[in-house]
Design a protein around this ligand. Structure first.
Ligand SMILES: [Zn+2]
Length: 292
């Protein structure tokens, strides 16, 4: 008999993963609807998958809601996924939660957490493939290569209640959790949820990449102020924007940032190759009022 005693390791190793979320090529709910994505983990970046059980906890990110807006995360709320078993006894953990955008975000907290878990994991895998790997000081609980420091998966708070109309990433040195806070936005009615907009999450995750790569993984203090801080913001917008480039796009494309949650471009001008569309130059830094 082998039907009911099963080690956790075997169970995890054989688990397939399904997410009903906004897929990678959809920026926000304005561009399309959630779709089922089957086992999206990259096998080089996340060789054991994204999920270690039946909730939004994995080697790269722990995602949970945080309406209280405080610091603890281990015991915060996370949705429970269904486990399906097919004819060959193959198990799949399925994160499929309702999304009703006519309601306030508190009506779709489960979806929000699952979406944030998906997008942060995608960012982890993409960054890994481009060199932000374990040796470079990335965010993982277990570093399978033995290089770099582990125990530092991203702690990602969906619907964080500590403030509104923004997002945040706190990046301590390698070996300590990066903390991502996605807030709600009251610039529209009903309110909108930053976890549902890919460029916001990508922008915040890129703060983790740039903080760990500038000065090395043990020195996360190089980009905290002044011009260095401005460069960090620019890099984060650049990565978030590059992810939106499609084969059909040309140099005439203009890109806004935060268009879903903020309701319009959150920057003063869209990113553009046209000086008529975006007249900003380095000389604008001479303006005391300039604050982007
Ligand atoms: Zn930023």
């Amino acid at each position: 008999m082998d039907s009911h005693i099963e080690s956790l390791n075997d169970w995890v190793y054989n688990l397939r993963e399904g997410f009903k979320v906004l897929p990678w090529d959809i920026l926000s709910p304005l561009e399309g609807n959630p779709q089922i994505i089957q086992s999206p983990a990259d096998k080089d970046a996340s060789p054991k998958g994204w999920v270690v059980s039946n909730t939004t906890i994995g080697n790269n990110v722990w995602a949970q809601s945080n309406p209280e807006g405080n610091a603890g995360f281990e015991h915060k709320y996370r949705p429970v996924a269904a486990i399906t078993v097919d004819d060959t006894s193959q198990k799949t953990v399925v994160f499929d939660f309702p999304l009703d955008l006519s309601m306030q975000p508190s009506a779709y907290t489960d979806f929000s957490i699952a979406q944030l878990f998906y997008t942060v994991n995608k960012m982890h895998d993409l960054a890994f493939l481009y060199g932000f790997d374990e040796a470079a000081g990335n965010f993982q609980d277990v570093n399978y290569s033995g290089k770099g420091k582990g125990n530092d998966a991203v702690v990602a708070f969906a619907q964080d209640g500590s403030t509104m109309n923004n997002a945040q990433f706190m990046s301590p040195p390698d070996g300590q959790h990066g903390i991502m806070r996605m807030y709600l936005w009251n610039t529209t009615e009903p309110n909108r949820d930053g976890s549902l907009e890919q460029d916001i999450v990508a922008h915040e995750f890129t703060h983790g990449i740039s903080s760990r790569l500038t000065g090395g993984p043990s020195n996360a203090d190089c980009l905290n102020s002044g011009e260095a801080g401005g460069m960090s913001e620019g890099w984060s917008d650049a990565v978030a924007s590059v992810l939106r480039i499609r084969p059909s796009h040309t140099r005439s494309l203009n890109l806004a940032v935060g268009g879903y949650t903020f309701g319009s471009n959150i920057r003063t001008y869209p990113y553009s190759t046209s000086m008529q569309v975006n007249p900003l130059t380095y000389g604008m830094l001479n303006s005391a009022q300039f604050n982007e």
